[in-house]
Design a protein around this ligand. Structure first.
Ligand code: TXA
Ligand code: MG
Length: 329
């Protein structure tokens, strides 16, 4: 559990109980947590994030037994997926039960639920003894935090407590699957892939947009997960040429590129003034783990522009490709 001790968990649970806000680690990204049954506490989460009120939050549950309290008309598929992937990086969209406060769901009839797979998150949920509504602990539209320092820098004084569980293992937000229709629909790709879901369910799973089922899902906005510095996607072959052209015009440029590996031939970048390199791993899971931290580091240098190398087209890269595309301008 890294540096988090039992009395930290007890204090955090107490803060939640009294309507306070606790940032906590999950296996995906850090969450900004509030008692999901307390509308005033939930409203504070929206205020801290500067999040539009019609954008729903994910409700984090201590274990699968809470599912029937928070959702209704639960299909068998929900239990199958919960059994297979919880605790873990999967959010299920189900019909909400009567106890779910309106501001948690942004006024919709559905609710997003997950049991996170991180020992600190689970200890907190268990000690609190209830559900915690938590979006990613960043300002609306910005890069999600994958380390406690990210939360401290961005929201620091506005949260009542930050539990530091070290770097998040996955580094990308959970896969979101809607089970509102007969056919399961992926609303946000993540490391639990379409083929893993299809295998667990024994049926095809579609990838879709929220509009398809008339939902509002902010993580689906074309621009999201974005650094403050303009970020452009560039094909591998044009990366250095583009960077040098900009530097020649007097711009300070950051280049986010994958290390040489199976996906990429060896290129030898020449360092120069005004040019900064950020190397990312050539493996999709490792890349996911590093991406947001690297974006934040590059952003902190306040360069004129960031260029990020386009990613391979295979399914293994789908979730990171999705985030890179939304982060790019
Ligand atoms: O990995 C994660 O999911 C992280 C950690 C903290 O659990 N949370 C996260 O929350 O990414 P947030 O608020 O940044 O993104 C939640 C996404 C949004 O795109 C939201 O629209 C969608 O979940 N969502 C939540 N409830 C929904 C609902 N009822 N219908 C459709 N989408 C929903
Ligand atoms: Mg978010």
């Amino acid at each position: 559990m890294s540096a988090v001790r039992n009395d930290d968990i007890a204090r955090a649970a107490g803060i939640l109980r009294s309507g306070g806000i606790v940032a906590f680690p999950t296996e995906t990204v850090y969450g900004l947590g509030a008692d999901a049954l307390n509308p005033q506490a939930v409203a504070r989460v929206f205020a801290i994030k500067r999040r539009p009120p019609d954008h729903p939050l994910i409700v984090h549950l201590p274990d699968v037994s809470y599912l029937k309290g928070w959702a209704c008309d639960i299909p068998r598929a929900a239990y199958r997926l919960a059994e297979k992937f919880w605790p873990g990086p999967l959010t299920l969209i189900l019909k909400r039960s009567a106890i779910v406060p309106d501001n948690v769901t942004g006024g919709q009839d559905s609710v997003g639920l997950r049991v996170p797979g991180h020992p600190v998150a689970l200890a907190l949920l268990e000690k609190f003894g209830g559900a915690v509504a938590a979006p990613s602990a960043n300002r609306f539209g910005h890069v999600s935090p994958t380390r406690a320092e990210h939360v401290l820098e961005e929201l620091g004084s506005e949260v009542d407590m930050i539990l530091d569980g070290g770097p998040c293992q996955v580094g990308l937000e959970s896969t979101i699957v809607s089970l509102l229709d007969a056919r399961p629909l992926i609303l946000r790709p993540g490391i639990i892939s379409r083929s893993m879901l299809a295998e667990a369910l024994g049926e095809e799973v579609e990838t879709g947009t929220a509009e398809k089922i008339n939902l509002r899902a902010p993580g689906m906005l074309a621009s999201h997960y974005a650094p403050r510095t303009p970020l452009h996607k560039v094909p591998s072959a044009e990366l250095y040429e583009r960077a040098f052209a900009l530097v020649t015009q007097g711009q300070r440029v950051g280049v986010l590129t994958r290390q040489e590996g199976v996906h990429k031939p060896v290129l030898s970048p020449v360092e120069g003034p005004g040019l900064y390199y950020y190397l990312l791993p050539d493996d999709p899971k490792d890349y996911a783990h590093e991406l947001y931290d690297t974006l934040r580091k590059a952003d902190a240098r306040r360069l004129d522009m960031l260029l990020i190398e386009e990613l391979p087209q295979d399914e293994a890269w789908l979730a990171v490709r999705d985030r890179v595309t939304r982060a790019a301008t």
